[in-house]
Unconditional design. Structure first.
Length: 339
């Protein structure tokens, strides 16, 4: 059954420069990340895979030891990042003696031996974000965070500024200039800005008509895009001083799960597809723009729901998810462009 479904997915997506591959997993894939055009990882619950051929084939990994000790409990992968061809860092839930706690794990050989690099209490952690000069752990549901400026060798607590809130994502167009997005204490969408590499933050103007921001992409100091909980997309062209709502081909009940823009204005947005709409085959799962969001081209649609999307550059991207239905299977899509 998986072979037939993957073949159909490949034919449907091929005209839009996306091609489907079979990871060999019957359930929804929750995340994907690549170090370069060849080496990447994807994950789902207790399962983790690695590829060394750009995502054409996948090898399932396991966790046998943590800090040299045998692991008897379960590992639930939350967020995985490759920082080298075979070096992985992961945010995961470790079940030990009947209790599950989030931990930061590292593997330098891409195999089963991992080390615990947890910097402190993570609570209900949400994301591990790796940029070139900034590594972030969004902890305790996004209400606190840890940052490393030396590739994980040391971590320090981060503070978002004067107002309380939760942070869902961060973006750094340069080493010193960065933005964080999430929800303020009064349940409104909020953007924070730093000009000293994340040591201090200040609030920007609130986004009217949005309750919570989930994703952001800031390819330059002046231009940025943020995605709201209700499927809305906003753009700034003046460094966050003001925002405008951008029309997209997604419905308001579609949760945006991936957001990537480049300095040229080229961008990709992915979203979940609800069960009923997915069955009808008309909903958009991935859309592309070449002009900053003024116009959109649906690239993947129908019986596919995207949980995560990652782009290495404008010509190489990956997206994963599943089908919004009763017959469950994982979806992995590859994007390659000659541009």
């Amino acid at each position: 059954m998986r072979g037939i479904l993957t073949w159909i997915l490949t034919i449907v997506a091929a005209g839009a420069e996306w091609a489907g591959v079979d990871v060999g997993h019957k359930e929804t894939l929750s995340g994907v990340h690549f170090y370069d055009t060849e080496n990447g990882a994807c994950w789902s619950g207790m399962f983790l895979w690695q590829t060394s051929d750009g995502g054409v084939s996948w090898n399932k990994l396991s966790v046998a030891t943590v800090d040299g000790k045998g692991l008897t409990g379960e590992v639930h992968w939350v967020s995985v990042r490759l920082v080298g061809p075979s070096e992985m860092w992961a945010l995961a839930g470790l079940k030990r003696e009947g209790e599950t706690k989030h931990a930061v794990l590292r593997s330098r050989d891409g195999e089963s031996a991992w080390r615990d690099e947890t910097p402190g209490d993570l609570g209900a952690s949400v994301r591990l974000i790796v940029r070139e000069s900034q590594w972030w752990i969004l902890a305790n549901g996004g209400s606190s965070a840890y940052v490393s400026r030396n590739k994980g060798r040391a971590w320090e607590r981060a503070h978002w500024g004067s107002s309380d809130g939760v942070v869902r994502d961060v973006g750094f167009p340069s080493e010193q200039l960065g933005f964080a997005v999430g929800q303020s204490a009064d349940n409104g969408a909020r953007v924070w800005k730093t000009e000293d590499g994340g040591k201090s933050w200040h609030d920007l103007a609130a986004l009217e008509g949005a309750r919570d921001l989930l994703r952001c992409s800031f390819p330059s100091a002046q231009h940025g895009w943020v995605a709201a909980e209700e499927g809305q997309l906003f753009r700034t062209q003046n460094g966050g001083a003001s925002w405008e709502k951008i029309k997209t081909p997604f419905r308001t009940n579609q949760r945006i799960t991936g957001l990537t823009f480049f300095p040229s204005g080229k961008g990709f947005v992915s979203a979940r597809v609800p069960f009923i709409q997915g069955r009808l085959g008309a909903e958009v799962a991935i859309a592309h723009t070449a002009d900053g969001g003024k116009t959109w081209t649906p690239q993947v649609k129908g019986w596919k729901s995207i949980e995560d999307m990652f782009f290495l550059d404008p010509g190489h991207g990956w997206a994963c998810g599943g089908n919004p239905g009763w017959i469950s299977y994982g979806i992995m899509l590859l994007f390659v462009s000659e541009e």
